[in-house]
Ligand binder design. Sequence first.
Ligand code: PLP
Length: 351
Amino acid sequence: MLKTGVLYRYKDFLPITPQTPLFSLGEGDTPLVKCDQLAQEIGCGELYLKLEGCNPTGSFKDRGMVVAVAKALEEKSQAIMCASTGNTSASAAAYAAYCNLTAMIVVPEGKIALGKLAQAIVYGAEILTIEGNFDQALQIVRELTDKHPVTLVNSLNPHRIEGQKTASFEIIDILGDAPDYLFIPVGNAGNITAYWKGFKEYYELGKASKRPEMMGFQAEGAAPIVHGHPIEKPETVATAIRIGNPASWQQASAARDESGGLIDMVSDAEILAAQKLLATRAGVFGEPASAASLAGLVKLSRQGWDLAKKTIVCVITGTGLKDTDTALKDAPPFLQLPANVKEIEKALGWG
Ligand SMILES: *Cc1c(COP(=O)(O)O)cnc(C)c1O
């Protein structure tokens, strides 16, 4: 067995027994990139980007999925099921394939990025699209997994949260302490719950001297926690956080309140601007939802927050390569030229 991956590396912190199979598709241990250019532009002390798009299926979902699937195997389950805005289904399908389980996924019709759907198809999942949104898909999956011998692998499954908390451990292991602030997108709110759990656990073990303020950001058209009530028809370009009634609502509010942080919202325009900023200043291509963290940081800095002496981590939750349609929507056309050095010199202003 390779001594890598979330299960092996953090087995002392996870609900692992001698009967739990240890395996890995290479999840976890993702880069923490320091970006001085962005820090300067935004006006914060030190800025780090946690690149969760570097996980095997391109999002942080793999950290939780590897634990959920290992426990499903331990419990002799033959099939896993989830509702998904895309990345959970990609991850479930990949880990199910690796472990010879059936993956059944329920996705909202037309509202999932093509790259994510392609993953689920290629990994061989059973895909059901419904005429409805994520919240309805999750309700259906909860009922089905209650009634039938299939393991639910949405973040309602506590093993998902356990796996995802390891990202906090990695941040502290690398920085030597917790940051002052953690900026993170909030959709179904499992990830902010998981990060907070991880930060608290490492703090209690003396591995960090403090705990960060948790700064969660929803999309304006899908901001139930900010408004204090479910949103019946959530809308946003950031499909991974297009969720109107988050499963971990209470835990996310607790993370906010216990840490002294906040949960606020950013508009689609702010999200797309942050996606571009991330790409052009840091060389990081994140999907729209993943840029909500940076959009939130930009928003607070514009509001006059003094971040000059703060160490900040923005979680970039997933890769932009799965949703190139959104990224290229307003891209200007590029020059088309004959295969001729002189013409190209002219176009470059060298002629
Ligand atoms: C799932 C997901 C989110 C939202 O995380 P929650 O745990 O649902 O709050 C954000 N960004 C990306 C890329 C995701 O895949």
